[in-house]
Design a protein. Structure first.
Length: 170
């Protein structure tokens, strides 16, 4: 994971990955059929991190605002595989595309639940479509992560604070 996080999914050689992990090539093939299977396993961890922030169950009136903060923290994390590398790999693999879409759908369900709960508790604007807000938040999280990766001067926490402010009831 560290090699992929530092160098992306396409760059580290199989020998470098095995050496860093302390395994031989033979041991690698005991666990994985090929490099693509390894990339799929790494991608599962990447997607798991995406879902980590939204699976946290929160019934407080501030559920949506807390979730926005967790997503922006995840977007600011340096521990992930670079998003552009993951999307490049997903562009080559229908399996990764489907897993990514499935993870996004799962995330959207959790985010939509948090939005509806916050609207029901009158802590968030009630005039917003929770489904569209969900996809906007996922797009914003992805965009913040991509901007940070290219060195744009974006502060994920401040973006989250601004979004939370915009979602508050007037």
């Amino acid at each position: 994971m560290a090699a992929f996080s530092e160098e992306g999914l396409d760059n580290p050689s199989l020998d470098a990955i095995c050496a860093r992990a302390g395994y031989t090539r033979g041991a690698f093939y005991v666990h994985f059929k090929d490099r693509e299977e390894l990339i799929q396993a790494v991608s599962e961890r990447f997607l798991g991190k995406l879902l980590e922030g939204v699976r946290h169950y929160d019934e407080s009136p501030a559920a949506m605002f807390n979730l926005v903060g967790r997503l922006m923290d995840a977007a600011a994390s340096q521990e992930n595989v670079p998003l552009h590398q993951f999307l490049h790999a997903a562009g080559r693999s229908e399996v990764l595309q489907e897993r990514y879409l499935s993870a996004l759908r799962t995330a959207s369900d959790h985010i939509c639940d948090a939005a509806q709960l916050s609207q029901a508790r009158a802590s968030m604007r009630g005039d917003l479509d929770p489904t569209q807000l969900t996809w906007l938040l996922l797009a914003l999280t992805t965009g913040v992560q991509a901007l940070r990766e290219v060195g744009a001067p974006v502060d994920a926490r401040r973006v989250g604070d601004l979004l939370s402010y915009l979602l508050q009831r007037p």
